[in-house]
Design a protein around this ligand. Structure first.
Ligand code: 9WN
Length: 415
């Protein structure tokens, strides 16, 4: 009987497509931005050279503008996954939107594990172009927060924080055609987004395609523009990590720039996304000019952004330890269990996700909250020991859900 660690290493090997690791051969047979960063971090436990290859493959898909796309399409994979390369119409094998920018953090971790300064110098050019792209096109007013233009950019696709925007969109554009859905061939339909969600996703894709993806027109004309808590927390952390990378390779002036961006985002997250009455972080819908007051696990990723003030940290921990909200025997639910929108088996509307566990665990440790981190880590290990490396898990009973043999869930035992 092999150990969990051996099983995780074997899984990453099985999910290698000859060039890079895919999240799941059956469900997601291409390269995804934040998945690849997590795969690189998981590989550090046993194959640091392979970790470098993963990030190199990710940067190979970067656009001249600086955009790192959320999907890089594998030629060898079947074209069943939709939207496919033709649907995006980007003239290159990739989507035209991005995903939570975990890249700088992954690069720094690879450097810390390998001491390879050449790797760090090589990646720096990719990272600095990507960060400048995000700042220029997604924070055009220089307020410190970057906006997402599609729920897929959040990585938490059908989180209930997008439901009101979706409903509004579908009243304006009621006739969006969606090609036959193959995402429900291997995973039960009730664990996946609804048809209405997919109309929203495809409708936004078409509008962004008409506005040429990575231009300021996309930001101006997109009907969905949101400051997401998870995305901005990762952006905040990414600039801190990029500042360290820049100073390590002797780019002191640039290091100061990234450091300034980090501090600016720390302040903006507190000023714009914190709700003092609830003691919680909420996303902000820029089209409606209001917060979306639904509690999700994204708020706890703020621990990963920076060192939080004592009062902010204490408020968040109250929610984390509240059995009506986020304290379950099986880990951190993606939506508060007492929220009206909570659905324990449906994708990002309630299930536990192990990449979120990993981010929150790192953040809790860095904020001196070791016992909370240990508790979540025990849950991660229990989930994979009982149910295998699944895409997500039911927070009521730990049942494995979504895709099987899912790559980033190996983080729970490898890092
Ligand atoms: C759309 C690959 C990706 C993850 C996302 C997750 C899911 C895609 C989908 O799978 O999204 O990008 O088809 O549902 O929501 O976080 O990166 O694992």
């Amino acid at each position: 009987m092999s150990t969990l660690k051996e099983q995780a290493i074997e899984l990453l090997e099985q999910n290698f497509n000859g060039s890079y690791i895919v999240p799941s051969h059956s469900q997601y047979p291409h390269m995804w931005l934040w998945d690849t960063c997590f795969h690189a971090i998981a590989l550090l436990s046993h194959q640091p050279e392979r970790a470098k290859n993963e990030l190199g493959q990710l940067f190979a898909g970067q656009w001249e503008s600086g955009l790192i796309p959320h999907i890089r399409f594998a030629e060898s994979a079947d074209k069943n996954y939709r939207p496919n390369n033709d649907d995006w119409g980007t003239d290159r094998p990739s989507s035209g939107i991005t995903q939570p920018p975990v890249c700088a953090t992954a690069v720094l971790k690879v450097y810390e594990a390998t001491d390879d300064i050449k790797f760090l110098i090589d990646c720096y050019y990719n990272l600095s172009r990507y960060h400048r792209w995000l700042k220029e096109l997604r924070d055009p007013t220089d307020c410190g927060l970057v906006a997402i233009l599609h729920p897929w950019e959040s990585g938490t696709d059908n989180s209930p924080i997008f439901t009101a925007a979706r409903d509004h969109f579908l009243t304006t554009y009621p006739d969006i055609d969606v090609p036959p859905r193959v995402d429900r061939n291997n995973v039960s339909g009730d664990q996946r987004p609804t048809d209405g969600d997919y109309q929203f996703y495809w409708g936004l894709l078409k509008l962004l395609r008409d506005n040429s993806w990575d231009t300021s027109a996309a930001y101006e004309h997109c009907p969905f523009v949101m400051w997401d808590v998870l995305f901005n927390s990762i952006w905040c952390r990414a600039n801190k990590d990029l500042a360290l990378i820049a100073s390590t390779i002797g780019e002191e002036a640039e290091s100061k720039l990234w450091h300034d961006w980090h501090r600016q985002t720390c302040s903006a997250i507190s000023a714009q996304l914190w709700d003092p009455a609830d003691g919680f972080f909420y996303p902000f819908d820029l089209r409606k000019q209001q917060h979306v007051r639904i509690k999700t696990s994204s708020a706890f990723v703020s621990f990963f952004a920076t060192t939080l003030s004592n009062s902010t940290g204490e408020s968040l921990i109250k929610h984390l330890e509240d059995p009506d909200e986020f304290l379950s025997d099986h880990g951190l639910p993606s939506t508060a269990m007492n929220a009206e929108a909570f659905q324990p088996t449906c994708y990002w509307q309630g299930p536990v996700w192990l990449n979120i566990h990993w981010l929150v665990i790192q953040g809790l440790i860095e904020n001196g909250l070791q016992s909370n981190a240990d508790r979540l880590q025990r849950c991660s290990l229990q989930l994979v020991a009982n149910e295998g490396f699944r895409e997500y898990y039911d927070p009521r009973n730990g049942q494995g859900l979504g895709a099987s043999n899912f790559s980033w869930s190996t983080l729970s035992v490898l890092s």
